[in-house]
Design a protein around this ligand. Structure first.
Ligand code: MTE
Ligand code: HPA
Ligand code: MOS
Length: 754
């Protein structure tokens, strides 16, 4: 797989935060955090810690010259606790010492006493106590109350989905340097360099121009560094500012798992009404989101749950309410899908349950209700170039579902303890930041006199291959080889006011900005070439394969010659461009609008094999027809699809977070939190590219790929349910992820049901 970083990664030469060369005298930080979930701080005695070997300073709230506030959306989060703590892991101070181990040792000598207060861990309990981050939000379409009487079947139920720890390979971290005049330069592992810059400025009471943030790449992020990389960069910056020395702060794995937020667990209620031929008439849902102790991005994530609450189906009457519930666990945050998967799991569960009650296959309901061209989503947007049925039908042609189910039945009839199950999962994911203003980006391009090209954008490389894609976009636009192009680090002094690289929009937004900036340079170079060739009409000039063409006929000029000529004619070889997504808006009062530039569609069929004695399972295959638009980078997009699917499978099956009754996370290491390993990778993954589906709203007609395939993973839950029901037909169906082997066994052998 040719990600542009592959060679350096394999040789261990790529630079992450840990690899940044720091000068002698650099100090190291360790975060001292709350050991209790909720309470008042009575007294903290730092004296023994301060006198501990190597300690150079202990930084806490009182050292903040600006505002002790890091909340990106709602100002409800301190960098360091002041008089109360709200989760185990709530930062209280930063111990700074000559070595990391000295800082860690010293932190153990801090004596803190608290008055414990009751901790809320359950979102429904938080809602009952009115502990909400924002008032409940409701999306509505049609008339839910009148519609129930049209239904032949009405099914109600409860669905729980667990959280998910990001387990990016590189833990959170930053290095901060003081620069001339008291400014700060920070190398941060963040998806959101401008958010880091803005927040450091707020903490230090600086104008933003005194803070420079640079990001070379992240060792994975998956949403976990969209908001939650900020705190560590602020702490390092504050310490560097206070002590006048460079400060490095990197969380160890266990602290990272304990202190930082995860995918939001949800608990939801649904009511679905259908006609006897499987048409969904009405759908009502209430989502209780476990937000954790502060808002973080929870409100935007809550919105996306509502945006995706009907997945890829047209339902004429919808009433969906979502509550962001404040609890005493670490603030939960963005994670691939951004609340979408949680919403989609509930409708898919409702359909599965309805099918069971009606005695049909879920796929009959899924097929019958797929979105069609011009259908309206509950938020008012109508589908445009809807590929839902195309993907679904093409999948069924390639892999006839009836045949798959038939073969499974034959297998199961001959096998007692090993059972197979399959499920179909269609997806639909809206592309754009749901916070409309974030849909902007810019690019800065330099061409040097030797013809080499340098690109800076707002995009952060985190393994998703955005740099390789931007390189490809620039190379195609200029008609030159990709080897000519280097994508620079993401830097707030080169590219300002960046939106996070998130919402799968990295390539879309920055790619369009790159195209615009390339086109500015292209036009200048066309003019220079026209002059050189004695051609009066510069529009006849084009560049391709590194050569200059006139009226599509090759000339003697090469791209490199031309660049050199431009320089001698004192033509600027630098261009900057800004791009924003046109025509998207959303009214948060009416909850109607056109929030998405477009949707990504796809369908997958998944099959599992379940060992009903041991509760363990294998994934036989995931076969999908996915709408990539006009594919920009085949291997990278395939990698994104496969990686997303495996991450989705992990969320559905093995990744289980457990807290004790005191709010302590018990699964805070890779020995207790099981991530998908090589055995969890489906034995076959066939991802077909939907042909002939150019996207008018993506660069070079491509579509975003980062998040949507995650949702195919949902299919394994229903496939496993089918395998379990083959073993125990009367089994009570539960929607409670993750479906660990332990839970499989409890459900298969529970004696209270038939
Ligand atoms: N792929 C890798 N390898 N590492 C990551 O951290 N993050 C995912 C996805 N794919 C991620 C990834 C998430 S949550 C998003 S939003 C997108 O990549 C962000 O990048 P893009 O907008 O360039 O697709
Ligand atoms: N995805 C990721 N981050 C975001 C979004 C989104 O849709 N909206 C606001 N921040
Ligand atoms: Mo992705 S969850 O939008 O960083």
């Amino acid at each position: 797989m040719r990600n542009s970083d592959s060679v350096h990664h394999v040789r261990g030469e790529s630079h992450f935060i840990e690899d940044i060369n720091v000068p002698e005298g650099t100090l190291f930080g360790y975060v001292f955090y709350s050991p209790i979930a909720h309470g008042k701080i009575i007294k903290i005695d730092y004296s023994d810690a301060f006198n501990s070997k190597g300690v150079k300073g202990i930084i806490s709230a009182k050292d903040i010259p600006g505002e002790n506030q890091i909340g990106g959306v709602i100002p409800d989060e301190n960098l360091f606790a002041e008089d109360s703590v709200h989760f185990i892991g709530h930062p209280i101070a930063l111990v700074v010492a000559e070595t990391y181990l000295q800082a860690h040792e010293a932190s153990k000598k801090i004596k803190a006493s608290f008055k414990k207060l009751p901790a809320i861990l359950d979102p429904r309990e938080a809602a009952a106590k009115d502990e909400l981050i924002i008032p409940p939000r409701t999306f509505e379409l049609g008339n839910i109350n009148d519609s129930w009487k049209e239904c032949d079947f009405i099914i109600e139920g409860k669905v729980d989905s667990g959280g998910q720890e990001h387990i990016y390979l590189e833990t959170q971290g930053a290095v901060a340097f003081q620069t001339e005049g008291g400014g700060i330069k920070v190398f941060s592992a963040t998806q959101a360099p401008t958010a880091v810059q803005r927040t450091i400025a707020r903490i230090l009471g600086f104008p933003m121009n005194k803070v420079e943030v640079d990001v070379q790449r992240l060792g994975g992020a998956f949403g976990g560094k969209e908001d939650q990389a900020t705190a560590w960069a602020c702490m390092a910056a504050l310490a560097a500012h206070k002590l006048g020395t460079p400060v490095k702060l990197i969380l160890n794995r266990q602290d990272d798992i304990r202190i930082t937020g995860k995918r939001h667990p949800y608990s939801s209620d649904y009511k679905i009404g259908l006609t006897k031929d499987g048409k969904i008439i009405a759908y009502q849902a209430t989502f209780y989101q476990n937000a954790g102790a502060c808002a973080d991005l929870s409100t935007a994530i809550l919105d996306r749950t509502l945006f995706h609450c009907t997945n890829t189906y047209f339902i004429p009457n919808v009433h969906a309410t979502a509550l962001s519930c404040r609890t005493n666990i670490a603030p939960n945050t963005a994670f691939r899908g951004f609340g979408g998967p949680q919403g989609m799991f509930v409708i898919e569960s409702a359909i599965y349950k309805a099918a069971q009650v009606m005695g049909i296959e879920p796929v009959e309901i899924q097929r019958k209700n797929l979105l069609k061209e011009g259908d309206e989503f509950p938020f008012g947007q109508k589908t445009l170039k809807c590929n839902a049925s195309r993907c679904f039908d093409e999948l069924e042609v390639n892999y006839p579902f009836a045949k798959i189910f038939q073969e499974i039945n034959e297998f199961n009839s001959k096998s007692t303890l090993i059972k197979k199950g399959a499920a179909v999962i269609p997806i639909c994911f809206g592309i754009s930041f749901t916070t409309s203003i974030l849909n902007q980006a810019s690019a800065l391009i330099h061409i040097y006199t030797d013809g080499s090209i340098n690109i800076s954008t707002a995009a952060v490389e985190m393994g998703q291959g955005v740099n390789a894609k931007l390189k490809r976009i620039a190379a195609r636009t200029f008609g030159v080889a990709e080897s000519r192009i280097k994508v620079e680090s993401t830097n707030t002094s080169r590219v300002s006011n960046t939106s996070p690289t998130a919402a799968s929009k990295g390539t879309d937004l920055n790619g369009f900005a790159v195209i615009d900036a390339c086109n500015i340079l292209y036009a200048r170079l066309q003019k220079v070439a026209a002059e050189e060739l004695g051609e009066s009409d510069f529009s006849t000039i084009s560049f391709n394969h590194e050569k200059v063409f006139r009226n599509n006929v090759v000339t003697g000029l090469t791209f490199s010659n031309l660049v050199n000529k431009a320089y001698s004619k004192k033509v600027s070889l630098t261009a900057q461009a800004h791009h924003s997504t046109p025509d998207i808006y959303f009214n948060t009062k009416t909850n109607k609008g056109n929030p998405f530039a477009y949707h990504v569609y796809g369908s997958a069929v998944v099959q599992v094999t379940l060992d009903c004695l041991r509760g363990i399972y294998e994934f036989d295959f995931v076969k999908a027809v996915h709408d990539f638009g006009e594919i920009l980078h085949k291997t990278i997009d395939l990698g994104q699809a496969e990686g997303g699917i495996v991450q989705g499978i992990g969320w559905m099956t093995c990744e289980e977070l457990k807290w004790n009754s005191e709010g302590k996370l018990l699964t805070d290491a890779l020995s207790t939190y099981k991530i998908p390993d090589i055995h969890a990778i489906p034995k076959v993954m066939n991802i077909h590219f939907l042909e002939n589906s150019p996207n008018d709203f993506g660069p070079l007609h491509s579509k975003a790929i980062g998040e949507p395939p995650f949702m195919y993973g949902l299919g394994v839950y229903f496939a496993l349910m089918n395998a379990m029901r083959a073993f125990r037909p009367g089994m009570e169906i539960k929607f409670d992820t993750p479906l660990t082997p332990e839970k499989v066994l409890l459900m298969l052998y529970n004696s209270t049901t038939n």
